[in-house]
Design a protein around this ligand. Sequence first.
Ligand code: AMP
Ligand code: MG
Length: 429
Amino acid sequence: MNDKTSQPSQQSEGLSVRDAQTSVLSRIAPVGAEEIPLQQALGRVLAEDIRANRDLPPYDISAMDGYAVKSADIVDAAAAPKLLTVIEDIRAGDMPRLALQTGQCARIMTGAPVPAGADTVVRVEDTQARPGDQVEISVPTPAATDIRVRGENMRQGDVVLAAGTEIQPGSVGVLATVKRAMVKVYRKPRVAILSSGDELEALSDPFNPDKIPDANSYTLMAQAQALGITPACLGIARDDPDELAGYLRQGLEYDVLLVSGGTSVGVHDHVRPTLEKLGVSMHFWRVRMRPGHPVAFGSSGRAFVFCLPGNPVSSMVCFEQFVLPALRRLCGHQRLFRRMIPARLTRPVKSRAGRAEFVRVTLAYDLDGGYTATPAGAQSSGDLLAMARADGLLVVPAASKGVSVGETVPVQLLEASAYQDEPGLGEEV
Ligand code: AMP
Ligand code: MG
């Protein structure tokens, strides 16, 4: 499908960020599934419902070290401490041998099965051992205290994790609990990265002061790696249609091709026309955003192509807005977008009306005041230093001409924002 004629908003300024995201995501579905060992499943997305293969706990168990008793025997224990006879010692892993009669109890450990005849557990702290297998209980304990009943955590046959769940450490524990050594997850997309531009110098090239070092191959690789994907870097294509076509053809063998540079309208920007010659349908090629205006998206068969602007910050910001949700959907995720948080601005930010502006900010957190956002440095689309420092991207809507100090603004969290300097738990914790 080619939208060139069907989208009137594809005018000189291009689509809104949201429309461009919709254009991308409406074409993308997970790329398939595979079975992998549980130890490798962290961060992957389940492609099957997982059911409990037994009741857990498998029987009523004690939640505490103490004594399993009949609650009726100790209702008056507050008035007069009650002496009970200890008939058995039950440890986790043991099965009780005896049923309790009136006046009897069993010493029981956390996780051990509650014996027949007992209906509650008295904590060891509320008891006093006495000679001759006797125990004195001075605290009346109502029925069903500190007992975990059979099946309260999961019942055999219940769905415990639904298809589409991202596997977190907690879900790894659930999968181990239901004895899944192998799990079916969505396959990861195969991603290729290509840089383009005559001025570029590869990391492995000898130093040449007249050249521009290729940063984008590495930032894009790192951004993909942060999503658990290991991309292939195809190298640097010169601004030559034939050389470019060779590289692009190679890149279209992958699920996703990311090309940076040469996507604008300069005479040496050959990427878009070359892709079209190779049969790629372009769905959009401009978005009303800054940085990142000359970003394009197309598809050919099952391959998706993102043409990212050459400026390093633009290419990163476009990855965050378009490539990241696309790769997450290909990986089977349901949560596609970076988390947004509100933050108060500490310095004014100017913005050009007509384009959504993504401002690189650092964040600070204060338990009383919430988050504050501070521009992370020079906001040029070529200046990677602010991007290297940023915790998030402050989003200024297209209609706005700027934001004043103290205003609350939406911030899109970046990878770096998961951690902070201070525990921030507050004095009471
Ligand atoms: P272009 O999108 O090709 O017009 O490039 C815009 C700017 O980004 C130019 O200053 C390029 O030198 C720079 N640029 C393009 N590709 C890269 C890259 N891979 N790494 C660093 N800078 C780049
Ligand atoms: Mg160029």
